[in-house]
Design a binder for this molecule. Structure first.
Ligand SMILES: NC(=O)c1ccc[n+]([C@@H]2O[C@H](COP(=O)([O-])OP(=O)(O)OC[C@H]3O[C@@H](n4cnc5c(N)ncnc54)[C@H](O)[C@@H]3O)[C@@H](O)[C@H]2O)c1
Length: 306
């Protein structure tokens, strides 16, 4: 089955370099009209330039595609709103949003300033929030929307020196989980990509031959499945160097301890039962956890009445 984006309008943030560039080129090659957003700053978020995003637009046009560039800083809602307004004026809809823009300010937590923490949260979290907010009502009115968050193994599992980045990358998954619930009735699907790619973000972490193996295009191939008409919903796709996997959060069935026995000692006594992964499940919303505990308490009360 061939995936086409013919007739679709896509916004890709941070599309002047690396993964975003690859996503924008691939979406355009498959028919999408693309907004190539990029602030054009350095890896740590300093500076700005429109050169890289304009080059991506030129490449798309040279291959017969349609694209515009916009230099919005995703952390600034007014600039993002201007980008979305220009998109609507030109093409009248927004079908796809790829929240990809990102920066790094790596330091161990002990050496990290709060400004380094806040800036990284601002670009990754508020950047994704601002762009999503600016397209959300448009997607609701269209009864169609596909949004991809860019998360990271650093957020899901941790990485030395990246407490700011890891917190931000996990936050976008929390954002996704509720958007999935609120967007469902308007056919808005939200997924997340956890990439590994040889880009300027990782070039000094990988030897050159590994950088080559981790081509952004390998990640983009997976990303495109998260934003087409048949896209899944709430899926976390991990991709890098031709490897693809999925990640998820599961909760064990757990145990029940009656009120008169609830103490840290009895919780510890039940540790193997509460951590037993047999029958663990991915909960579809937060209230399912409360529901599970109420059912356990009710089952206990019933057993006492017999
Ligand atoms: N490369 C990896 O292995 C890897 C791993 C996990 C997650 N990621 C994530 O993938 C995304 C892309 O990373 P990359 O490796 O392609 O990095 P990159 O540095 O090559 O590209 C990021 C782009 O985002 C742009 N950008 C930064 N701040 C911006 C802002 N405020 N507004 C608009 N544009 C902005 C930059 O100018 C740059 O062009 C990021 O969210 C990153 O955190 C990358």
């Amino acid at each position: 089955m061939s995936i086409s984006f013919e007739g679709k309008v896509a916004i890709v943030t941070g599309a002047g370099n690396g993964l975003g560039r690859s996503h924008a080129l691939a979406l355009a090659a498959r028919g999408a009209k693309v907004v190539v957003n990029d602030l054009g700053g350095a890896r740590d978020g300093s500076g700005a330039s429109s050169e890289a995003s304009q080059e991506v637009v030129r490449l798309i046009e040279a291959h017969g595609g349609e694209a515009i560039s916009h230099g919005a800083n995703v952390a600034n809602f007014d600039e993002v709103q201007d980008m979305v307004n220009q998109t609507m004026e030109k093409w009248g809809r927004v079908d796809i949003l790829i929240n990809n823009a990102g920066i790094l300010r790596d330091k161990s937590f002990s050496k990290m300033t709060l400004d380094d923490f806040k800036l990284v949260m601002d670009v990754h979290v508020m950047g994704s929030v601002n762009c999503t907010k600016a397209v959300w009502e448009i997607m609701r009115a269209q009864n169609y929307g596909r949004i991809v968050m860019t998360t990271s193994s650093s957020g899901m599992y941790g990485n030395f020196g990246q407490s700011n980045y890891g917190a931000a990358k996990m936050a976008v998954l929390g954002f996704m989980n509720t958007l999935v619930l609120e967007g469902a009735k308007n056919n808005i699907r939200v997924n997340a990509l956890a990439p590994t790619a040889g880009t300027r973000m990782t070039e000094d972490l990988m030897p050159p031959e590994i950088v080559q193996a981790f081509a952004p295009e390998a990640v983009t191939a997976g990303m495109l499945t998260l934003c087409d008409e048949e896209a899944p919903n709430r899926f976390i796709l991990c991709a890098g160097a031709g490897g693809y996997s999925s990640a998820g959060m599961f909760e064990t069935e757990g145990c029940f301890i009656p009120e008169h026995k609830q103490s840290p000692e009895t919780v510890l006594e039940h540790w193997s039962e509460l951590t037993d992964q047999t029958g663990q499940a991915a909960l579809i919303s937060g209230d399912k956890q409360g529901e599970k505990f109420v059912l356990k308490a009710m089952a206990f009360m019933k057993s006492q009445q017999k």
